[in-house]
Ligand binder design. Structure first.
Ligand SMILES: [Zn+2]
Length: 197
């Protein structure tokens, strides 16, 4: 179980990490926490993004340097570290691919780059889409492919959620690789496919 966390200022103890002490209200020392723990979320793929965004901005407001004008340098430094950790954790959780990789890490599934493409079915699907992308001739075709990719990503994210619910971590890992490739392809098409006429 979690070791008890002790307030550096008043020695109050907590079971869960908190940015401020519930007794003395002083900012707490940053800990090395994963993105889920930092936001006090359960280890699950499905998260309420609206609620997360709200909490993120509320916490960033509390950690703003202006709030520490009368504090010690140590407290200001703690606030800056918290703020940067929150920023990283928020960005990790917002994107389905990085959220999935973070969750896999928390669940003990390591992500080795060498294992990336041992899934032939996925490889062929991505290669087919890449070929379609290379043969786009007009804006309409470009829009259609982007929409098609959007839909595929959406469906795969839904599937990914089910894999996590069923604890099928290896399948979740494979599907995450596929979604990351689809996202990359979609970004490439958006940024790089242009027409001269
Ligand atoms: Zn305290």
């Amino acid at each position: 179980m979690n070791p008890e966390i002790k307030c550096w200022n008043c020695s109050n103890t907590f079971k869960k990490f908190s940015f401020f002490c519930s007794e003395c209200n002083i900012i707490q020392k940053p800990l090395d926490l994963d993105s889920f723990k930092l936001f006090n979320l359960n280890y699950g793929f499905s998260i309420n993004l609206k609620k997360l965004e709200y909490e993120y901005y509320a916490l960033q407001k509390m950690l703003h340097p202006d709030k520490f004008i009368n504090s010690t340098e140590k407290e200001l430094l703690y606030a800056q570290i918290h703020s940067s950790n929150l920023n990283n954790a928020y960005n990790t959780l917002v994107n389905p691919v990085s959220r999935s990789n973070e969750l896999l890490k928390c669940k003990g599934e390591k992500n080795k780059e060498s294992e990336t493409f041992n899934d032939l079915e996925v490889l062929n699907e991505v290669l087919d889409l890449q070929e379609v992308a290379e043969n786009i001739n007009c804006q309409k075709e470009k829009d259609n492919l982007i929409n098609e990719l959007n839909q595929t990503i959406e469906e795969d994210v839904e599937k990914l959620n089910n894999y996590f619910i069923e604890e099928q971590l290896l399948n979740a890992k494979k599907l995450t690789v596929k979604i990351s490739y689809l996202e990359k392809l979609q970004k490439d098409i958006k940024n790089n496919v242009t027409f001269t006429n």
